[in-house]
Design a protein around this ligand. Structure first.
Ligand SMILES: Nc1ncnc2c1ncn2[C@@H]1O[C@H](COP(=O)(O)OP(=O)(O)OP(=O)(O)O)[C@@H](O)[C@H]1O
Ligand SMILES: [Mg+2]
Length: 236
């Protein structure tokens, strides 16, 4: 069996224009792990995820997915390699129904995607009730569930989520957290999520990377992800 991590990032640099934002990011995530990427506003968390899906090119360093060097590849290659991305905000097609949004995700997942459709409705029963509804008319929490569902039907090996709790009411955040853990447990999906919400970080992360000024400055190892430790790193 391969011991290659699902994600291995080494010395990653990336710019917006001439400004270096990422300045040597190193991280590794093993199969089936749920890892949090935390840090204050503007430190480069979203930029890191954009690099990991090929939306922003690295200027230095490397990104390996499931043992394959993906550095410099376009975003469709990352998607085919099994990276699913749930960006910050409500990134669903607002004028399409729930069902149609999931169909878009299936195009990436192929034949297997169609079977995963039913699974999405199991994890998120609300989406089944609303399957004929326009996505843009649903609540923030429902849209977040749909965004996760749309990534899931693409059959990802690695799911990247950017602040999944944002704009979602607490009871729904808890339900989404439970669903993400079930998805990992049952499908083996590896998860790297950006988050600033303490409850969400504590609810699902087994390990955390702490980012500051475009670098990973600390790691909170397994067993140490406690309220005090996380608060200390976020200065809250
Ligand atoms: N499209 C862009 N063009 C130019 N600069 C950008 C762009 N997007 C982000 N930046 C800058 O890059 C830096 C890192 O931003 P990034 O969005 O990665 O931070 P973040 O850690 O995700 O922050 P937040 O917690 O606010 O979401 C910030 O200084 C930001 O202003
Ligand atoms: Mg961000």
């Amino acid at each position: 069996m391969s011991t290659e991590p699902v994600l291995a990032v080494a010395g990653l640099w990336a710019n917006y224009g001439a400004t270096p934002i990422l300045q040597g990011v190193d991280m590794q995530v093993a199969k089936g792990e749920i890892v949090g990427l935390i840090g204050r506003n503007g430190v480069g968390k979203t930029t890191t995820q954009r690099c990991l899906i090929g939306q922003l090119p690295a200027t230095r360093g490397s990104i390996r997915i499931l043992g394959q060097d993906m550095t410099g590849q376009p975003s469709d290659a990352f998607a085919r390699r099994g990276v699913g991305y749930i960006p910050q905000g409500r990134d669903v097609f607002p004028r399409m129904t729930v069902e149609e949004n999931l169909t878009v995700g299936e195009l990436i997942g192929g034949a297997k995607g169609r079977k995963l459709n039913d699974l999405v409705y199991q994890y998120f029963p609300r989406l089944k009730e609303r399957r004929k509804q326009m996505a843009g008319t649903m609540s923030g929490g429902e849209q977040q569930q749909l965004a996760i569902g749309r990534a899931l039907v693409g059959n990802p090996a690695l799911m990247l989520l950017d602040e999944p709790s944002e704009g979602v009411q607490p009871s729904i955040v808890q339900m989404i957290c439970e669903a993400l853990v079930s998805i990992r447990n049952e499908l083996g999906t590896t998860i790297l999520f950006v988050e600033q919400n303490l409850d969400t970080i504590l609810a699902i992360s087994e390990r955390c990377y702490v980012m500051d000024k475009g670098r990973i400055v600390a790691e909170i190892p397994k067993g140490n992800v406690t309220s005090d430790v996380v608060r200390g790193h976020l200065s809250i």
